[in-house]
Design a protein around this ligand. Structure first.
Ligand code: ATP
Ligand code: MG
Length: 386
């Protein structure tokens, strides 16, 4: 019978809480495979899936579940020498060289691992005369895992999964999602550490086009492959930008914008019960991402940490992740997001908190923030694999 063996990643480190993580992982797998026919069960530190039909679809979905380290498609046979030998008689290998490895988790199995591997190799050689054994760098390894549950699992390939921690086990957070390359990557990286994300996008309609907003929805659809659905909060930033443009020094435009974004983000976090803000900032990438700029931006929020998983990454590294999660092609579409509207020529690189506070004196912050929050539109975005 065909069976998928699933291996967990870091869950082993979790000591007392381990069962919570395992249960979350099992629930996340069930949710991910909903609509498919399958049986999911745990045995001896492994998760197994059997009685499934759409093998390719199921494997593909499993490779997007955080907390899984790898999986193998195996044949389950009775753990007796005869049954395993009989199964080996049916194997046709698509390789020139091979090696059989036997792991006897059940020491009651009557033949020693090395001896049994030699026997099984002999069967393959008999049936495939052009094959050769290569113990050091075989093209194809065949693993035989003899378990204490009376079953043996034979498999040839291990597929890497995402690693990380099961989604939701680290809590919930709010991703500031622009239409750029970095923020979807930041979202993926934090979701991988077990944070279930909602997203917040600021648009400047009518200065920005409806396509710019659609682009963010499309990015959220990609993120939802890893994050289940994404609750996307869309907020109009137009009035805020117009007011800053009118009343503040141009070089402080971005600094003040970002301080107001953070204040709004924190309010949404409090309202929605989200424990952190996530951004795609990378140290030194642009003027608003210097240490001083981030200090001045972060200063306006009091009780919410800001996670910046891309902080130490080069653009090239961020792009590599964006390609892996399939957001890159969407991110490079040419529609402007709100930050490119009203952009000053020379933004301050090392702003001071006192300067920003002075600039903000000429704004009615509460009214602007209230107005922005009143414009909120919430979209529930589900996964799109296309
Ligand atoms: P990205 O590629 O993610 O857009 P960036 O390099 O263009 O990042 P900035 O425009 O300075 O950098 O934005 C830094 C971070 O601020 C973004 O990664 C994102 O988390 C947040 N941000 C920027 N613009 C918006 C927006 N319009 N809506 C929501 N969040 C935004
Ligand atoms: Mg941007």
């Amino acid at each position: 019978m065909k069976t998928i063996l699933l291996r967990f990643g870091e869950l082993f480190l979790k000591g007392e809480n381990r069962h919570l993580f395992e249960n979350a992982l099992l629930n996340n797998i069930r949710k991910k495979l909903s609509g498919e026919k399958f049986k999911l069960y745990r045995t001896q530190g492994r998760i197994m899936i059997s009685d499934f039909e759409n093998e390719d679809e199921i494997v593909e979905r499993l490779t997007t579940v955080f907390g899984l380290h790898s999986l193998s498609l195996a044949e389950e046979v009775e753990a007796s020498p005869e049954s395993i030998c009989n199964y080996f008689k049916t194997i046709n290998l698509n390789a020139k060289t091979f090696k059989v490895e036997v792991n006897r988790a059940d020491k009651r199995f009557p033949v020693k691992s090395m001896d049994f591997a030699a026997t099984l190799g002999g069967i393959l050689l008999d049936n495939n005369p052009e094959l050769e054994v290569d113990l050091y760098s075989p093209q194809q390894k065949i693993m035989v895992d003899i378990r204490a549950n009376g079953k043996a699992y034979v498999y040839g390939k291990t597929i890497a999964c995402q690693g990380g921690l099961p989604l939701g086990t680290s809590g919930k957070a709010l991703l500031l999602l622009s239409g750029g390359i970095d923020s979807p990557v930041a979202g993926y990286l934090m979701a991988k550490r077990g944070l279930k994300l909602e997203a917040l996008h600021f648009h400047s309609y009518p200065y920005t086009s409806p396509e710019a907003k659609q682009k963010v929805v499309d990015l959220a659809k990609k993120l939802a492959i890893y994050n289940d659905e994404v609750k996307l909060h869309c907020i109009s930033f137009t009035r805020v930008q117009e007011a800053i443009h009118q009343h503040c020094a141009p070089e402080f435009m971005i600094t003040i914008m970002r301080r107001i974004m953070m204040r709004i983000a924190e309010q949404i976090c409090k309202r929605e019960g989200l424990g952190a803000i996530v951004t795609g900032e990378s140290l030194g990438q642009v003027a608003s991402q210097t240490m001083q700029s981030m200090t001045v931006t972060e200063n306006v929020i009091k009780t919410t940490p800001v996670f910046r998983p891309c902080i130490a990454m080069d653009k090239e590294e961020i792009v590599a992740v964006a390609k892996k999660i399939d957001t890159f092609e969407i991110s490079i579409l040419p529609y402007e997001d709100c930050c490119t509207v009203f952009l000053p020529k020379n933004p301050v690189i090392k702003p001071k908190i006192s300067q920003a506070e002075k600039e903000e004196k000429s704004l009615d912050l509460d009214a602007l923030i209230g107005e922005a929050l009143a414009s909120e539109e919430v979209i529930c975005v589900t996964a799109a694999r296309e």
